[in-house]
Write a protein that binds this ligand. Structure first.
Ligand SMILES: C[S@@+](CC[C@H](N)C(=O)[O-])C[C@H]1O[C@@H](n2cnc3c(N)ncnc32)[C@H](O)[C@@H]1O
Length: 310
């Protein structure tokens, strides 16, 4: 049975993609797990993660319509322990590394049961975000200062499997999120654990691309349509989902790369942001999501968005 359009489907993207009709998707917009230790990716090994990307990208070759696009939002850097690299890479001198560990935070909380994470942060002289990350294990795997931590760019990890699947790099944009976060602001001359920008890589399935200059207003072309750098504040509240992208991001991609009535896919739909943007822009959508609570969240978001339609 092919997957119904205008629905969020629960399951593994690698399996569900096989059930999407050939040549039916005009645009796919997604942000994969980043392999940075979020709760929904804690059981993934690096090789599994790469394989997930490979399979999802390969799946697109069949279901994108000719001249369709796949736009992937991803941060640049991966950080993971690699015993094969020299230890020297991790040496530091002068140490401005935060000495605060999860155990320190637990001790302060034990001594001061009523403390919020803001109180703990003040008490330990660190930012509230540091406390939050330590507690949620929501941190770059290994940490870039751990001995033998390897950093790797993500662009090639998308480009190579896309090329092998017959999808070609068409464009890329830089999404500038926020000024450096409080706890990334110390002096650093290497990769930041939390960076100020991410990428959007756009791949193209061969076909005749219709470039419709009327798709955006003149102002939109000037402000962002023709620009390589997009300034969009990130979503700071992560109470319901850990890694949402802002609505404006899929909205721009949808307006730029599809027509009203087209179907937009998000195989990692999370809280449903891409589907909501599709509804608002008069497109159809298919959303896939592994985690049942996020499926519910996305379905509710779509229902609300449809309710707000004129
Ligand atoms: C970076 S988040 C995407 C967030 C989304 N863009 C939003 O704005 O809410 C990645 C999502 O992929 C989901 N996920 C991870 N592995 C998956 C898989 N194999 N199939 C489908 N979804 C998966 C996670 O549960 C998570 O919600």
């Amino acid at each position: 049975m092919p997957l119904a359009v205008d629905q969020i489907h629960q399951g593994d993207a690698r399996e569900l993609l096989d059930r999407i009709a050939d040549d039916s998707i005009a645009l796919s917009v997604w942000s994969p797990p980043y392999f940075v230790g979020k709760s929904y990716e804690k059981d993934l090994r690096y090789e599994d993660w790469r394989q997930l990307l490979r399979e999802v990208i390969a799946g697109h070759a069949r279901l994108l319509r000719p001249a369709g696009f796949m736009a992937v939002n991803i941060a640049d850097i991966l950080c993971f322990p690699d015993p094969a690299i020299p230890r020297l890479q991790a040496e530091k001198s002068g140490g401005r590394r935060l000495p605060v560990t999860r155990a320190d935070i637990e001790r302060v909380l034990g001594e001061n049961p009523g403390f919020t994470r803001y109180d703990v942060a003040r008490h330990l002289g660190v930012s509230e975000q540091t406390v939050d990350r330590r507690m949620k294990h929501n941190n770059i795997r290994g940490g870039k200062y751990a001995a033998q931590t390897r950093v790797q760019l993500t662009g090639p990890l998308l480009e190579q499997p896309a090329y092998e699947a017959g999808l070609y790099l068409y464009d890329r944009r830089v999404w500038v999120k926020d000024p450096a976060w409080e706890n990334s602001r110390w002096h650093t001359n290497s990769y930041r654990a939390v960076d100020e920008f991410e990428y959007i890589y756009i791949f193209w399935k061969p076909g005749i691309t219709r470039i419709d200059r009327e798709r955006l207003t003149r102002d939109e072309w000037v402000q962002w349509g023709s620009r390589g750098v997009w300034q969009i504040p990130s979503v700071r509240s992560n109470r319901d989902h850990e890694a949402k992208f802002p609505l404006e991001l899929p909205r721009r991609l949808i307006r730029l790369l599809s027509q009203p009535g087209d179907t937009v896919l998000d195989p990692f739909v999370g809280s449903g942001t891409t589907a909501v943007a599709a509804i608002q822009e008069g497109r159809r959508y298919i959303g896939l999501e592994l985690q049942p609570p996020y499926v519910q969240l996305a379905r509710r978001a779509c229902q609300e968005a449809r309710g707000r339609q004129p």
